[in-house]
Design a binder for this molecule. Structure first.
Ligand SMILES: [Zn+2]
Length: 269
């Protein structure tokens, strides 16, 4: 069965600690049978975003048929953040965006106008936007779900489907908001059964946070999905089909010939 991991991090370091290199990352995917991973920065959440977007693309370019880079921008920068979104999404190798409002130090309501512009830009480029969720005060599941309501044209993904505290309301929000999806990255197999019952298997995507910890984390999170004893159809939706749909893999399959680290520079200062 094909598997897409919709939530991983591939970066050199995290708050001064070294992380795994690209070869070890790919070896981890191979060991666990994961075909494709959406990769996010770590340092880009608290350092210079444009530089880290370019570095992430370069890392993805080493395995263009396996790794899909997601853009990160700092919405506190206003128009500059919208410009950086446009710069990166004009390159079709970037197929999504990632925000971590807790680490990036913004409450969604504090940057609402900019965030709405960014989400419109993502919707125009038809890329999903994943937000870390489940941790107050800046990243509750309710705050992220509200963004999905503000811009119904954008596909919004809860990065952790509420973590421990918000799984129950996350199921209801997924049920009620058509453009809201969730990445099962943290909650357990019983939670997955509940979420599918409440919102349907077309709303849940597999994700692991692999990259900030070794491959055993990815193996454990996959085991969680298998332990939920889903029907073959639901399992295929969660492990592959929903992510493939949001990433437009049918229309634009990944190819080893896709590598390009050429990001238009725009007039960034
Ligand atoms: Zn993460």
């Amino acid at each position: 069965m094909s598997i897409i991991d919709f939530h991983t991090h591939l970066d050199e370091a995290w708050l001064g600690n070294s992380l795994m290199n690209s070869e070890d990352f790919i070896a981890g995917l191979d060991k666990t049978g994961v075909d494709i991973a959406c990769i996010f920065t770590m340092q880009g959440f608290y350092e210079d975003c444009p530089r880290h977007n370019d570095l992430l693309l370069k890392r993805a370019d080493r395995y263009p048929d396996r790794l899909i880079p997601f853009v990160t921008v700092d919405p506190k920068q206003g128009a500059q953040a919208v410009k950086e979104t446009e710069r990166c999404l004009s390159n079709p190798r970037f197929r999504g965006m990632k925000f971590h409002s807790w680490i990036q130090s913004f409450a969604p309501s504090m940057v609402k106008e900019t965030m709405i512009d960014i989400l419109h830009c993502a919707a125009e480029h038809k890329v999903p936007v994943l937000f870390h969720d489940g941790t107050p005060p800046y990243a509750t599941t309710f705050q992220i779900a509200d963004l999905a309501r503000q811009v119904p044209e954008a596909d919004i993904v809860l990065g952790h489907v509420g973590l421990a505290d918000y799984v129950y309301p996350a199921g209801q929000l997924l049920r009620d908001i058509p453009n809201l999806y969730a990445c099962l990255c943290g909650p357990r197999c019983g939670d997955l059964q509940y979420l599918i019952q409440e919102a349907g298997s077309h709303k849940i995507l597999f994700g692991s946070d692999f990259g900030i910890a070794e491959w055993l984390l990815l193996a454990e999170r996959l085991d969680n999905v298998y332990a939920a004893d889903l029907s073959p159809d639901d399992l295929h939706h969660v492990l592959y089909q929903n992510a493939a749909r949001l990433l437009k893999l049918d229309q634009s399959p990944l190819s080893a010939a896709d590598a390009t680290s050429i990001v238009p520079k725009g007039d960034l200062t």
